[in-house]
Design a protein around this ligand. Structure first.
Ligand SMILES: C[S@@+](CC[C@H](N)C(=O)[O-])C[C@H]1O[C@@H](n2cnc3c(N)ncnc32)[C@H](O)[C@@H]1O
Length: 188
């Protein structure tokens, strides 16, 4: 684990260089969404992460084919990623698209949208950073609405979706729901 952390820290320092702000996609899968996003926003540094190394490899091939210098994909777990970010780095947009829904009640604790994760994310977010969450799982959507609307570090905002481009899971879904939230910013 120490080696993994060191490795991730080195990768992140290399990717971020002298830049501090970035757009983050958590659970990027094969990278369709963030590749389109990075293409449309050439000035934004975009970082996609996923636990599954085969998905990340496919995403990296997609990035290389598109020759996008502002786009990076890393194999990383979300909390480990946050813990190993360089100190001044912060995301200004976070996309969480069709995350694993963990449908069984006893597995709900594994859902990425939970109070602890939201607090950790907020510590690494710019003031007013946006969180974009989309799922086709009704019960996950409702629980995310509840946990975000009662969280001290985030508030729901009524504004348009940040960028439209279908992910693999989105293209398979007959319907889905989305929410946008804003980070409160650093606390005294
Ligand atoms: C259901 S898939 C959705 C993939 C893609 N967002 C889409 O919409 O097609 C969820 C992805 O999140 C990744 N994932 C799950 N938990 C994660 C975590 N804690 N950190 C990073 N990636 C995670 C999984 O490996 C998987 O690729």
């Amino acid at each position: 684990m120490a080696a993994r952390r060191r490795d991730l820290r080195e990768q992140l320092a290399g990717v971020l260089g002298t830049k501090h702000e970035f757009v983050w996609e958590l659970g990027c899968g094969h990278g369709h969404f963030l590749t389109a996003y990075a293409h449309a926003h050439p000035k934004d540094l975009c970082i996609g992460i996923d636990l599954a190394s085969d998905r990340v490899s496919r995403a990296i091939r997609k990035r290389n084919r598109a020759s996008l210098g502002n786009l990076y994909f890393l194999q990383a777990e979300a909390r480990l990623f946050l813990e190993n970010l360089p100190s001044k780095s912060a995301f200004n947009r976070l996309f969480i698209l069709f995350p694993d829904p963990w449908p069984k009640l006893r597995h709900h604790k594994n859902r990425i949208i939970n109070a602890d994760f939201l607090a950790a994310a907020a510590r690494n977010a710019t003031e007013g950073a946006r969180l974009y969450f989309r799922t086709d799982h009704e019960s996950y959507f409702l629980s995310a609405l509840t946990v975000i609307s009662t969280h001290r570090d985030w508030s729901l905002v009524d504004e348009p979706w940040g960028f439209e481009h279908p992910t693999v899971f989105q293209s398979r879904a007959s319907k889905y729901q989305s929410l946008v939230a804003a980070a409160a910013g650093p606390r005294p």
